[in-house]
Design a protein around this ligand. Structure first.
Ligand SMILES: O=C(O)CCC(=O)C(=O)O
Ligand SMILES: [Fe+2]
Length: 343
């Protein structure tokens, strides 16, 4: 990394105030560390065809809809999921409240130390990437399992009470989705050992076309359940057909559907399903109208857990090596998705 970039990253990171701090200081241009080369894909012009799954329907229909969505789009909008509206709006409000605290209040939580259960930072990978992202995040791991009294110790005041309850709701929903996905697959679909909740804050950006809120990636875990506010900006990579019938890749918007949760298949589940379910690349564009808030719940396996593709009778050969969840996380983390573990 060029030393001037490293120096700029360090100076920015030492503020512990994130991109929100830049915006508060009145930046009118996107600093170099957040500027990206132009995207070779043409700008998005369409809305993605994301199936809607109604969890209140008859069981066999729900299983069929989950199977079809996981097999085709890799994403679905979940409605009638039973998570109270107040829990969802309360969680988005807590993420906003925390991020809009003065920098001094947030600084004690600013860290990339994975050993800490609650971590606030601007880009977990800031020093490992050339593409700084216009967002700040507070990560909270398994905070529904905090012992009494531990909440004050580890959680910022803005999230106390709210984040543990929301995480508990998500854990219940995750179990229900796990059962549906397992039934849809005909096998145990993976596991839900840890639940990491990421509260993302995407401040309004003065030059949104020069950066991104999240660069192209696949979620490495088993499953992600995303709550987003009404601003929008999440996009999936899709295949589109031009007038001559040629297929090419393009970005398409995932609409913000009021009350819905966006569920997507992670790399772990694609591997376990032996490619019957798809982990699809996605990103978040920067916006000029923000802040945008979203809360991503990542269901993951513990590092030592072994992931092996499940091959059904007559389903052909396994397409992946048997790996530990940690190995898989490392290869996904390099943005190779599953390429490194494919047979
Ligand atoms: O904020 C969003 O809409 C998506 C965030 C995301 O893709 C992630 O956290 O993995
Ligand atoms: Fe993601």
């Amino acid at each position: 990394m060029a030393s001037d970039r490293l120096a700029a990253l360090k100076a920015f990171d030492e503020t512990k105030a994130g991109v929100k701090g830049l915006v508060d200081a009145g930046v009118k241009a996107v600093p170099d560390i957040f500027r990206h080369p132009p995207d070779p894909l043409s700008p998005c012009t369409k809305v993605a065809a994301i199936p809607v799954v109604d969890l209140s329907g008859p069981r066999s229909e729900v299983v069929g809809a989950v199977r079809e969505a996981a097999r085709t789009a890799g994403f679905f909008q979940l409605v009638n999921h039973g998570v109270p509206e107040a829990a969802m709006s309360g969680m988005l409000a807590a993420v906003r409240r925390f991020n809009e605290e003065p920098a001094e209040a947030k600084a004690p939580y600013y860290t990339r130390d994975a050993g800490r259960r609650v971590r606030y930072n601007c880009n977990a990978d800031l020093f490992r990437t050339l593409l700084g992202k216009w967002r700040d995040t507070i990560y909270m791991d398994d905070v529904d399992q905090l012992a009494p009294g531990e909440e004050e110790e580890v959680l910022p005041p803005a999230c106390r009470g709210v984040a543990p309850k929301y995480t508990a709701q998500m854990r219940m929903l995750g179990r229900a989705l796990f059962e549906l996905l397992s039934e849809a697959l005909g096998e145990e679909a993976g596991c839900l050992e840890t639940l990491s909740v990421a509260g993302h804050y995407y401040p309004a950006c003065p030059e949104p076309h020069l950066t991104l809120g999240a660069v192209r990636h696949n979620d490495p875990g088993f499953l992600t359940v995303l709550l987003q506010d009404g601003v929008g900006g999440l996009q999936v990579l899709t295949d589109v057909e031009d007038d001559e019938g040629n297929m090419s890749a393009a970005w398409a918007d995932v609409p913000a559907v009021p009350g819905a949760l966006v569920v997507n298949v992670g790399d772990f589940l694609q591997l376990v399903s032996n490619d019957r379910f798809r982990s699809v690349a996605h990103r978040v564009v920067a916006n000029s109208v923000g802040p945008r808030m979203s809360v991503a719940c990542f269901f993951r396996a513990k590092g030592a857990t072994v992931c092996a593709p499940v091959v059904m009778d007559g389903g052909g050969l396994p397409r992946y090596r048997t790996v530990t969840a940690e190995e898989l996380l490392r290869s996904s983390g390099k943005q190779n998705g599953l390429r490194d573990v494919r047979l």
